[in-house]
Design a protein around this ligand. Structure first.
Ligand SMILES: [Mg+2]
Length: 264
């Protein structure tokens, strides 16, 4: 196998957990950069802009710019800018996401007759009013229906909270329409965005993450190599039941130095 030139890192459970960098994360990413190799960070969470994740990484000892962090919201924004820059959009999401969309000069509206795209996002303020606006637009005005991410739940300190899959399901169940595409993992859109930004070929990339059903499935489907880290949701015993095995199984991100960088 050829050398790896680009690294696509999941964040939660891979680079950090809550407010701590995981073992070896700081040194590994410094070593990747010192060798002139590329890396980007990806997150399905549309709750905060990339700049917030970049600030957190920097605080944990991994200097990062907003461009280094590709969120599902940024992928969706890029999609609109490229394919539907003038579309009128209704977002079921939290205020930082509206702000990002406004800053990208996208047009937001709450009038069902005007809405051309409904965006379902992770929204902890989801209510009947938003649901009904989206319902009217999708069912009676032919609006497109897209989503930032399709995670069932989001890990938080002490447990999990419901995520965007529930909002997608509420709209699908009531309108009879299926979501047309999802921007976040395991969608190929988010990995394409990372690969384009790094300027490498996807076959030269390693996707590093802690989830089999998103990180590993996405990497494999896109044609990248995959490394599962055991510092997040997946334990070694889960691997026996996995449909697709990752190329590498690492105790933590720090093992990249020995297993990958040490051999190229
Ligand atoms: Mg993760």
């Amino acid at each position: 196998m050829g050398h790896i030139k680009g690294f696509i890192f999941d964040l939660d459970g891979t680079v950090y957990l809550s407010d701590h960098a995981l073992p070896g994360a700081v040194e590994t990413i410094a070593e990747i950069r010192a060798r002139g190799l590329k890396c980007v960070f990806i997150s399905n969470k549309p709750l905060e802009p990339g700049s917030a994740y970049a600030a957190k990484l920097t605080r944990l000892g991994i200097p990062a710019t907003p461009e280094d962090v590709i969120t599902s919201a940024r992928v969706l924004l890029a999609y609109f800018q490229r394919h539907a820059p003038d579309a009128r959009i209704f977002v079921i999401g939290e205020p930082p996401l509206w702000e990002e969309m406004r800053a990208a000069r996208l047009r937001l509206t709450e009038d069902p007759a005007q809405i051309e795209y409904v965006v379902a996002a992770f929204d902890r303020t989801f209510d009947y009013r938003k649901w009904n606006i989206a319902f009217q637009a999708i069912k009676f005005h032919g609006a497109h229906f897209v989503a930032t991410n399709a995670d069932k739940s989001c890990p938080v300190d002490g447990g999990e909270i419901p995520d965007c899959a529930g909002i997608i399901a509420a709209l699908e169940a009531t309108t009879g329409r299926q979501v047309e595409f999802v921007a976040g993992k395991p969608s190929p859109l988010i990995i394409q965005t990372g690969v384009e930004q790094m300027g490498v070929r996807v076959e030269e990339c390693l996707v590093v993450g802690d989830r089999l059903e998103t990180d590993m499935v996405m990497g494999r489907a896109a044609g990248a190599r995959t490394a599962l880290v055991l510092t997040g949701v997946t334990k070694r015993e889960h691997l026996a039941h996995a449909a697709a095995q990752p190329d590498y199984v690492l105790e933590n991100i720090g093992e990249i130095q020995r297993v990958i960088l040490g051999n190229q």
